[in-house]
Design a protein around this ligand. Structure first.
Ligand SMILES: *Cc1c(COP(=O)(O)O)cnc(C)c1O
Length: 386
């Protein structure tokens, strides 16, 4: 990506009231309630809780800074931050669906989001998983009661790409709401609202936070959607982000362009090394020309993040363990999006049947490339694969 286009390195937090004096970093408003001088002031604020600071389960100044920064990055009208990515996904789905409605999940959706869809069946919300990211397959899965489509692009294990614009316009024509999990691309590399997607969600625990030190989520959408979500899913279910976590998130956001550029550069180098390695049968990285949807990925994305996967030639669980256990620099860990490189496989040895059901290759390993020198990461992988 061309970072000079973005002007985001100097992304600033808003301080229209002059609240924060001249501090370079914003203050942490670690408070539950806010006090008022008169009861009339309180009554007025309580009547418009979304805009006023009344109680921190609602609106908090530190959290509000993170929300305004993320809304600006995504090019959205408004944002609400949540205590986790899953709280954000839950709110986005629950505000879009009612009993009797049908939901479509496109491709390899994040496993916990799939479990959430299963959970929602107890409220008579049904779902279909489309085991393909083609627009045609999505169109064929639409039923009369379909009210929402949840997608990720690229998907976070197999890195399949969805034609976001096509799915959004197809859905709009049928009055179906589209929701995308944009955690992989980040708003720097992909702004789905510009293509007509209704709601963007993030696990801010990944790249937006970027330091492996916080759990947070975000929902970005129109003012109208956020206003309804605030009054219902946000305030009632109560998954609000704490001020200190919001402060960490703000700190992360300030270096997002620098970090994403480093992830992109490092991961492409490591992916190219793995592509040429005789023990590897396939590398799933949308930035490589060998990726079946490379052209679409180049059209849709302004850059490539650091997370991708690869498949070991003729291998199963034992081989995966042998390779992963030999790594010294790359750590074994489930998350991604921070400076530490980390690795994981969806194959746990005992879940063969479930992998088959998900159309997930048994030999798949997922690598999150961090900010260590690419040469050292390649050396670590070369030793483990030898
Ligand atoms: C981690 C993750 C989530 C969930 O986010 P949490 O912050 O862990 O709740 C959602 N979607 C994707 C793609 C993820 O990787």
């Amino acid at each position: 990506m061309n970072f000079s286009d973005e002007r985001l390195i100097c992304l600033r937090f808003e301080d229209k009231q002059g609240y924060f004096a001249k501090s370079a970093a914003p203050p942490i408003y670690e408070t539950a309630p806010f006090f008022f001088d008169t009861y009339e002031d309180y009554a007025e604020a309580a009547n418009h809780e979304k805009e006023h600071y009344v109680y921190s389960r609602g609106t908090n100044p530190t959290v509000r800074i993170a929300e305004q920064m993320i809304a600006a990055l995504e090019g959205g009208e408004d944002c609400k931050c949540f205590a986790s990515g899953m709280a954000a996904v839950s709110a986005a789905l629950m505000c879009s669906l009612s009993a009797g409605d049908h939901l479509i999940l496109v491709g390899h959706i994040y496993e916990t989001s799939v479990s959430l869809a299963k959970y929602l069946t107890k409220f008579d919300i049904n779902y279909t998983i489309v085991h393909s990211t083609s627009t045609e397959a999505v169109a064929n899965a639409i039923q009369p009661k379909t009210r929402a489509i949840l997608m990720e692009s690229p998907t976070s294990f197999t890195f399949d790409v969805v034609n976001i614009q096509e799915v959004a316009s197809l859905s709009k024509a049928k009055g179906i709401r589209t929701i995308i999990d944009n955690s992989w691309a980040t708003p720097l590399f992909q702004k789905p609202l510009e293509w007509g997607v209704d709601i963007v969600v993030h696990s801010a625990s990944k790249y937006l936070g970027g330091h492996n030190d916080l759990i947070a989520g975000a929902v970005i959408a129109s003012k109208e959607i956020i206003k309804r979500m605030y009054a219902e899913e946000y305030e009632l279910i109560g998954g609000s982000l704490a001020p200190f976590e919001a402060w960490l998130l703000i700190r992360g956001l300030r270096t997002l362009p620098l970090r994403m550029e480093a992830h992109q550069r490092n991961a492409l180098q490591v992916a190219r090394f793995l592509s040429d390695h005789p023990a590897i049968s396939k590398v799933n990285h949308p930035g490589l020309p060998s990726h079946p949807q490379h052209e679409l990925a180049c059209r849709q994305l302004k850059g490539f993040a650091g997370l991708f996967s690869f498949e070991l030639k003729d291998s199963g669980y034992e081989d995966i363990c042998r390779v992963i256990n030999k790594l010294r620099l790359i750590r074994i860990g489930v998350s991604w999006g921070a400076m530490e490189s980390q690795i994981i496989s969806p194959n746990y040895g005992f879940n063969k049947q479930s992998l088959k059901k998900q159309h997930m290759p048994e030999s798949l390993i997922r690598l999150a490339v961090g900010h260590e020198p690419a040469g050292l990461l390649i050396e670590d992988l070369a030793t483990a694969l030898s």
